[in-house]
Design a protein around this ligand. Structure first.
Ligand SMILES: Nc1ncnc2c1ncn2[C@@H]1O[C@H](COP(=O)(O)OP(=O)(O)OP(=O)(O)O)[C@@H](O)[C@H]1O
Ligand SMILES: [Mg+2]
Length: 306
């Protein structure tokens, strides 16, 4: 059953549509105060998973535990403390942004002042008294975010929150999301199909491909994978190659450089010491980086996208 230390966890959730598991035995864990980036290509199953986290659809198998309680058993109590934004939220187009939030405020029973507060947070104050049918896509997205924040939720679940925003808008919203744990004690899960976007805001990342989690860890662990090769330049590469080989490190010569697989910090220090002890002059030690985007593409390679 639920581990109290997780704010949210799923145990092998599966969603089957027409005999196909679009989400397949997915287990994810979210700790308090984290910003969890839920990353995957189009059609990977992000929205389907998020719908299950919010009790909008029922898993075919497995269960969802939020705040240590089972979602199916204590749905209302749990969802009262969860804010969400899932794919183009619906509004009353003939009402103003403020009045749309007012309808929700009555349900959530939060003070009236909270409306202008959340509108300010998403930089929509100027549009507060305009009808939503006059809003651009990005403005509607901001209003959706404002609505998700209205009840001061403990947990915020956002499906592609920067959808439809221009670059400046993306930066603003990213900034806002980044501050939520520290400023308001919220925990956030947000999805995206762009690693660059997750990279800039998330502390933890879960990568989903074809309905399965293929990576879940701190974003720093993903960054470590970004170093592919080590390069060392020295005056006598033939001797260098022998010295390294005797220490179990296979190298390939490339011009005046020896290249090898990436090594942990301690090992690199050892390698350099050995080379110097052998009388070699080291000119440069450097590394080749792979972009995080490439890592993501490699991890999800071969996956069909929509
Ligand atoms: N109600 C449904 N009936 C049948 N198939 C569905 C249904 N909902 C989703 N799917 C399928 O499940 C798969 C995952 O869809 P989902 O919307 O969860 O992907 P996603 O990761 O959110 O993609 P995107 O980045 O495009 O939003 C897709 O192949 C989709 O066609
Ligand atoms: Mg989606």
């Amino acid at each position: 059953m639920g581990n109290q230390s997780y704010l949210l966890e799923t145990n092998g959730i599966t969603k089957t549509y027409k005999g196909i598991n679009v989400v397949n035995g997915l287990s994810l864990q979210l700790e308090e105060g984290e910003i969890y980036g839920f990353l995957g290509p189009n059609g990977a199953g992000k929205t389907t998973t998020i719908r299950m986290l919010l009790g909008l659809i029922k898993p075919t198998e497995g269960n969802v535990i939020v705040f240590g309680k089972e979602l199916t058993k204590e749905r209302i109590a749990i969802l009262n403390q969860v804010g969400s934004l899932v794919e183009s939220p619906s509004y009353y187009p003939h009402l103003t942004g403020k009045d749309n939030l007012e309808t929700l405020r009555k349900i959530l029973q939060v003070p009236k002042s909270r409306i202008m507060e959340v509108l300010e947070m998403v930089r929509l104050t100027k549009m507060a008294d305009r009808k939503v049918k006059e809003y651009s896509l990005g403005m509607k997205q901001r209003l959706g975010l404002a609505a998700s924040l209205l009840g001061r939720p403990k947990l915020l679940i956002l499906d592609e929150p920067t959808n439809g925003l221009d670059p400046a808008g993306m930066i603003e919203i990213r900034e806002l999301i980044r501050q939520l744990p520290e400023k308001y004690g919220m925990t956030v899960l947000l999805s995206s199909h762009l690693l660059s976007e997750i990279d800039q805001v998330a502390t933890k990342v879960g990568i989903i491909a074809k309905g399965e989690i293929i990576f879940q860890d701190q974003i720093s662990v993903l960054r470590e994978k970004a170093i592919r090769k080590l390069y060392i330049q020295m005056d006598d590469w033939e001797t260098g190659q022998k010295v390294l080989s005797s220490h179990g490190i296979e190298t390939v010569r490339q011009d005046t450089w020896l290249t090898m697989a990436n090594q942990p910090d301690g090992k690199i220090a050892e390698i350099v010491k050995e080379l110097v002890y052998s009388g070699l002059n080291i000119y440069r030690v450097t590394e080749e980086m792979v972009s995080l985007e490439d890592i993501f593409l490699n991890l999800t390679r071969g996956e069909e996208t929509l």
